[in-house]
Design a protein around this ligand. Structure first.
Ligand code: V4E
Length: 201
């Protein structure tokens, strides 16, 4: 499955409207450590290796961000598959990462409040560095229905009173953390993306 997700920076009123009538599912604490190699080849190529609450996940690009800056990613959670995709040897994941030279680029703690409204998943995230984000997400089968899901999310957001316009790029938690805490790293990554024509940030 592929996740199609749009992030928003909302004020209190907009947030209330977004979750009005939604079913509150649960609150979870997320502790994410993002890993990369010197020079940040993973992030530059839109691949994200993180340990989330102690479990490794690899986020891989699965579609075009499009003019509305929608995230389209698939997540690999099986450690053996992650090791194979990153050409790491098998065996202990942490040991193989260390051996290959990976290090923690960012460590981010957040609290996520999860809601369901119709077919849409809504996450409200609060981070330990004071950055709050809302996400609207749909899951679709790999390679199918990404455009339709994008349109549905944009329509749903607009109907809820959330501003949607082409060219507005909202930094996710990782990018905002780098922007604030490691500006040189942020600059290096975004300049790489810009040179490849792949970001509106
Ligand atoms: C996919 C991605 C990144 C990885 C981390 O994503 P983030 O949204 O910070 O985390 P989170 O916790 O919301 O993940 P979830 O729980 O939803 O899986 S960092 C940057 N991207 C992609 C990206 C990009 N290439 N360009 C722009 C402008 N924004 C985002």
């Amino acid at each position: 499955m592929v996740e199609v997700e749009k992030k928003f920076l909302l004020n209190e009123k907009e947030t209330e409207k977004l979750v009005d009538g939604a079913e509150f599912l649960k609150e979870v604490r997320l502790e994410d450590a993002y890993y990369d190699l010197p020079g940040f080849p993973l992030i530059k190529h839109d691949r994200y290796l993180r340990s989330r609450n102690g479990k490794f996940e690899l986020k891989l690009l699965a579609g075009d961000r499009g003019e509305f800056n929608v995230n389209v990613y698939e997540e690999v959670e099986d450690e053996t598959e992650i090791q194979s995709k990153l050409s790491l040897g098998d065996g202990n994941m942490m040991a193989s990462l260390e051996k290959a030279g990976y290090f923690v680029v960012a460590h981010i703690k957040s609290v996520r409040r999860k809601y369901k409204k119709g077919e849409f998943s809504i996450d409200l995230d609060t981070t330990d560095f004071g950055y709050n984000l809302a996400e609207i997400e749909l899951m679709v089968p790999s390679g199918e229905g990404v455009n339709e899901a994008t349109e549905k999310i944009l329509k749903f957001a607009t109907e809820t009173g959330v501003k949607v316009a082409p060219g507005i790029g909202v930094r996710g938690k990782l990018l905002e953390f780098l922007y604030r805490d490691k500006p040189d790293v942020y600059k290096e990554i975004v300049e790489f993306w810009r040179s490849a024509g792949s970001t509106k940030l």
